[in-house]
Design a protein. Structure first.
Lengths: 209, 211
């Protein structure tokens, strides 16, 4: 439907009008896009309309960061202190990807450490359950030493026990502009419970069979 | 760069010796670290001894052409330069969607993904967790939501289009492999959805027999 035919009628809901307006905004927005992008927009419009209709206000994770359902994101870029990149890389290699500490925190879905710009910066990105403040508190109470080991390699890390640590994190955190989670209402704990339920059901079915 | 850790030989009693070696390497590594973290290292050493000596979880492997994989779940981290006007277009697009990226549901292998603007809107960080191997993942996007992807990537400097034979080279060139990668649950998106259904069915079942 082109915007020129857009006559608000009694049967048309407010949401539909909103979507048409958004579609028009999208067309305007992509007017100066590369040809490829413009074509893709026209081809993708039917699907996009559904999403525009479903769009709700973005949620936030509290002090900073995006949240979808019960799952939040934290993305930070931290400049490395002198020798910090080497230490952190050595630590990560010795652990061979074994982060039992994160299991202990119990609210971490995933996390990654990425070295940027010739080892001058660290990108840390994680998906976690719930609110920002509680998440940082969890790390501080459950694995304070591991936190200091990992992040002492960044410039200015005040220490996980310092009252300044939250401000320091916020300073380096960048909220995602968009955040998608496949199963937004499933916490780490709930997923683990479901795994146990699944196994129990299998056993039960085996026994019956 | 792919950080495939050298596989440690675990042969009975050799196990704790290798753990001791690793602890020593850690001490050396942190010898010139700030006081705070040397102290933290000593505090955490016992824990680390247990951790490095235990049978580790499946080792972090390569996800294929680029990226790390732990068990079934892989990571892809991209930093791409944005063309002039690209950031504004993408930001407005994402805001119009209200953060609703459910097109990714169609791909079926995406656990999570984020779009983050960096360095005064000159770069975009795209980071995702997904199931399986790199090649198959990119193919999934290309076959299931090609237009959606090209709308999103229209602002990327030099993006050849997902249908282009150069698309994969472009992605690999801008990808940075994570050197540390952790995933809590070794479940694919599909398995998780199936477990949710099983969980619901069990709850219903239990409700029924307790009626």
């Amino acid at each position: 439907m082109t915007p020129t035919t857009q006559t608000p009628t009694a049967t048309r809901s407010k949401a539909d009008v909103g979507v048409e307006q958004k579609v028009q905004q999208l067309r305007d927005l992509y007017a100066d896009a590369p040809e490829l992008g413009k074509v893709a927009l026209e081809n993708g419009l039917p699907a996009l309309k559904q999403e525009l209709t479903a769009a709700t206000a973005a949620q936030n994770a509290g002090r900073i960061g995006a949240r979808q359902g019960r799952v939040s994101e934290l993305t930070g870029i931290f400049p490395f202190a002198k020798g910090g990149a080497k230490r952190l890389r050595g630590l990560l290699q010795l652990l061979e990807g074994n982060f039992q500490g994160a299991d202990k925190v119990g609210t971490v879905h995933d996390m990654r450490f990425v070295f940027l710009d010739n080892d001058t910066k660290l990108l840390f990105a994680t998906a976690y359950d719930g609110e920002w403040d509680a998440y940082i508190d969890d790390f501080a109470t459950k694995i304070p030493n591991a936190m200091d080991l990992l992040f002492c390699n960044a410039v200015g890390w005040p220490g996980i026990r310092s009252p300044k640590v939250k401000d320091w994190i916020v300073e380096h955190q960048i909220s995602a502009e968009a955040w998608y989670v496949a199963n937004p209402n499933l916490t780490v704990t709930e997923a683990r419970r479901l795994e146990r339920v699944g196994k129990a059901v299998e056993e039960l079915l085996d026994k019956i069979g | 760069m792919v950080t495939t850790a050298t596989p440690t030989k675990v042969k009975g009693s050799g196990k704790s010796a290798s753990a001791q070696q690793k602890i020593q390497e850690l001490r050396d590594l942190y010898a010139d670290a700030p006081e705070l973290s040397r102290k933290a290292l000593e505090n955490v050493l016992q824990e680390l001894t247990d951790q490095v000596a235990q049978t580790p979880p499946p080792p972090v492997e390569s996800a294929g052409r680029a990226g790390s994989r732990l068990g079934k779940v892989s990571e892809l981290t991209l930093i791409v330069p944005l063309a002039p006007g690209g950031a504004k277009r993408l930001r407005t697009f994402l805001r119009l969607l209200g953060g609703n990226l459910n097109g990714a549901d169609k791909v079926g292998t995406v656990h999570d993904m984020r779009f983050v603007f960096l360095d005064n809107d000159t770069k975009l960080l795209f980071a995702t967790a997904y199931d399986g191997d790199w090649d198959a993942y990119i193919d999934d996007f290309a076959t299931r939501i090609p237009d959606y992807l090209d709308v999103l990537n229209a602002g990327w400097e030099g993006w050849p289009g997902i249908r282009s034979p150069e698309a994969k080279d472009y992605l690999a060139k801008h990808q940075v492999t994570a050197e540390g990668w952790y995933v809590a649950n070794d479940l694919t998106v599909t398995e998780t959805r199936q477990l949710k259904r099983v969980g619901n069915a069990v709850t219903e079942f239990l409700d029924k027999i307790s009626e």
